[in-house]
Design a protein around this ligand. Structure first.
Ligand code: PAF
Length: 281
């Protein structure tokens, strides 16, 4: 297996990129890799000659008081997993390299960042789009792989790529779940045993609403209420939002659902926010 290179600066990343020829696939991550990340990696290694994975816990996408400092990290294990997966390069910049003194440039995508996570986490998407653009600039991939779990992030990044004429295909990848239906997330380690046992209620709630949709129900309020009723039966979870929105613009739907829609939710277990979604239609 060829040696995996670990690159710590944008300049080193660019030098590596200029040395290789053939297609490059890119998987941006914040590390603490789980099977969800590894499926993105495998998709990329299957579709490209080279795969780059970035590991960077991006401070600008965390609001003050969020979990930036305690976000789980395990660089040694991550690098070993990526080496075994046949990744060509890992881009592992420091915050000082990404945001040196004097840094003052940010990317703002407008409407699609406003609802849902944008409303709950002010400034979050400004941090995400800024870092994703910086990563794409350094890596220059033909394809970049994003999970469908962060459904709004996927739509925001697609919008940015379109609006800024970036020459990169954004490839959405399916959510990877634990056997009991809980979507995989690095933040699942924060859950207590009781919270972890209760958390699959999120998937059950979304599936109940999707079942109703598939049996012909199109009323947006009734679909949201169905998911909410299942969630309400779980006392350990607090629903932050349940949304049924246009699949592309993420504008909240009222009345009859006519086109593709995204049913998404955030449920808090203690201080841990768990996201999940299903696509309808
Ligand atoms: O989804 C994530 O892990 C992050 O938001 C990303 C895309 C790596 C940007 O920091």
């Amino acid at each position: 297996m060829p040696r995996m290179e670990v690159l710590a600066t944008p300049a080193a990343m660019r030098r590596w990129r200029h040395r290789v020829s053939g297609s490059v696939g890119f998987v941006p991550t914040m590390g603490y890799l789980h099977e969800g990340h590894m499926q993105l990696v495998r998709r990329s290694t299957g579709e490209n000659l080279h795969t780059v994975v970035s590991i960077f816990v991006n401070p600008t996408q965390f609001a003050p008081g969020e979990d930036f400092e305690r976000y789980p990290r395990d660089e040694v294990r991550d690098l070993e997993l990526l080496r075994l997966a046949g990744v060509g390069a890992v881009y592992l910049p420091s915050a000082a390299e990404m945001y040196p003194p004097g840094y003052q440039t940010y990317v703002d995508v407008e409407k699609v960042t406003v609802p849902l996570e944008g409303a709950s986490r002010p400034g979050h998407f400004r941090g995400v789009t800024t870092v994703v653009l910086k990563l794409l600039n350094a890596v220059q991939p033909q394809k970049a792989y994003f999970g469908r779990k962060d459904a709004q992030q996927l739509r925001v990044v697609k919008r940015m790529v379109l609006d800024l004429d970036l020459d990169c295909e954004i490839v959405p990848c399916d959510i990877v779940r634990e056997p009991d239906g809980l979507a995989m997330s690095s933040r699942n380690v924060y859950l207590t045993l009781e919270q972890r046992a209760a958390a699959p209620v999120i998937r059950r709630a979304l599936l109940e609403a999707r079942g109703l949709y598939e049996s012909g129900e199109r009323d947006a309020d009734r679909l949201r209420a169905t998911a909410l009723a299942v969630l309400a039966r779980e006392p350990l979870g607090t629903v932050e939002y349940i949304s049924l929105a246009d699949d592309v613009t993420l504008e909240e739907l009222s009345g009859a659902v006519r086109g593709p829609a995204l049913l998404s939710t955030v449920v808090r277990f203690g201080a841990t926010r768990l996201l999940d979604n299903v696509e309808l239609g």
